[in-house]
Design a protein around this ligand. Structure first.
Ligand code: UDP
Ligand code: MG
Length: 320
């Protein structure tokens, strides 16, 4: 299917009833003057407030609006993934629905993308969030993620990003992985850069996250590391470990063999235990690698399962 649109803006919404009308207004104000053909893909992530109703109402009046209503709350990443899958634009922009990102920055991101990048990430250089609970942990996280993934961005947590469509086409997102999109895209060979963007304090409602997110992000970082190192070829990781262990076992047994040949007693030496343990561990690690190779092939084959289910999709207020 050919994509008839230049741009899709994807926004996940969880209990953002108050921000929503302003968001849509600021988005249309920012995008209409450019003359580009765009759509606003707004995803209601099972809000318990009136977000869905407000969205439905707006979709009657705003022709560019595409309302995606999820059945229940799946989390920000899944909501974004749903929006990405519905989006038809050649270029996709994501941002938060709470007005903390400034829609007026979008043209700047698009200009940067046109310079030849595949992904442009926002950098909230003057971030308007609590210093201790939010800014410090993310500083540490950004450093860590940069080191682990090899993509040095100042601000992984900034939702305001622009992507060429191809970058997102075979991304499988879950957990908190949306923030690792630059890293995942980089692993696939994408050209990535960042630009400084505005960041505003939350006007309405409250943040949907607490400290538990830091934990989840860290666990996902581990997953990304795993994917980078392991998902391609498990045998390289486990097979190598297995060979090292077997080599250790070989050295220890050779030494013991020499001792034995020279008439020594090796019956109760700790080294013998070590040789046996290393030998067994080596064989096991090696088999692990082989099993991993099988598993990874199955994993890649079986990626068909969606991580969200759409209840309804509205275009111009009508179900499609
Ligand atoms: N969000 C969502 N589902 C959730 C939690 C959050 O779609 O389960 C959306 C939320 O409506 C907002 C964005 O994700 O548009 C970021 O959430 P929030 O502003 O609470 O995060 P913070 O800015 O505090 O990192
Ligand atoms: Mg926010």
């Amino acid at each position: 299917m050919s994509t008839p649109l230049d741009l899709s803006v994807v926004v996940p919404l969880y209990n953002e009833e108050e921000s929503l009308p302003y968001l849509v207004e600021q988005l249309t104000d920012a995008l209409r003057p450019s003359g580009e053909r765009f759509e606003l893909v707004l995803v209601n992530d099972g809000s318990s407030d009136r977000t869905a109703e407000v969205l439905e109402q707006l979709s009657h009046n705003v022709p560019e609006l595409v309302a995606v209503l999820l059945r229940k709350n799946y989390g920000q990443t899944a909501a974004m993934a749903a929006g990405f899958d519905v989006a038809q634009g050649d270029v996709i922009v994501s941002l938060d629905g709470d007005l903390q990102n400034d829609p007026a920055d979008i043209p700047m991101l698009l200009a940067k993308l046109r310079e030849g990048y595949d992904l442009v990430s926002g950098w909230r250089h003057q971030r308007q969030d609590a210093a201790l609970q939010r800014k410090l942990p993310s500083r540490i996280a950004n450093r860590l993620i940069g080191r682990v993934t090899g993509v040095k961005l100042h601000d992984y947590g900034c939702s305001l990003k622009a992507y060429r469509r191809e970058v997102l086409s075979d991304m499988r997102l879950y957990g908190e992985l949306h923030r690792f999109l630059p890293a995942l895209a980089f692993i696939e060979g994408a050209r990535i850069t960042e630009v400084k963007v505005n960041h505003r304090a939350r006007q309405f409602g409250t943040s949907k996250y607490g400290i538990d997110r830091t934990f989840r992000v860290l666990m996902d970082l581990l997953t990304v590391w795993f994917m980078k190192r392991f998902l391609t070829r498990p045998m390289y990781v486990f097979g190598f470990g297995g060979l090292i262990a077997m080599l250790g076992s070989l050295l220890a047994s050779s030494y013991l063999l020499v001792v034995k040949l020279m008439g020594g007693d090796i019956g109760n030496r700790p080294l013998l235990t070590l040789a046996v343990v290393l030998g067994l561990a080596g064989i096991q690690l090696f088999c692990f690698g082989l099993l991993g190779e099988l598993l990874i092939r199955t994993y890649h084959e079986s990626q068909g399962r969606p991580i969200y289910r759409i209840r309804e999709t509205l275009r111009g207020g009508r179900a499609v």
